[in-house]
Write a new protein. Sequence first.
Length: 133
Amino acid sequence: MFTLYTPLTANKALPEVKRLFSNILMHKKQAVTLQEKVELIIQSGSQFEAFIKKKQELNAAVSSYYKAIEQLEASGVVIKDVEQGLLDFPSKRFNEEVWLCWKVGENEIKFWHAKDEGFIGRKPLESTGKIEP
């Protein structure tokens, strides 16, 4: 789904976005843990059966991780960096397409940046003029 967000609609969506992003982090943690277990099984020289069972669990965890990402991005929000918790909401500032940006730990959407800028180019919303729907 394609949605253009305003600061108001982005902030209204933020509780659900936070929940979905938290779910992504949980699935990622599970996949990383299972990958470590698969590596230990390989290093220990275990039987094929143990390796294959754990590898299948890993495959399912990776699939769940990507499904969680798809679920969040289906809302139109784009994950820029899972590790840093950077997410962008497509928006318009006057006639220019821009990103409203949010980072894990922030309580609301307070910044924007141009399409070709990243986190470093963030500008406060209140000093930029109107962001339109």
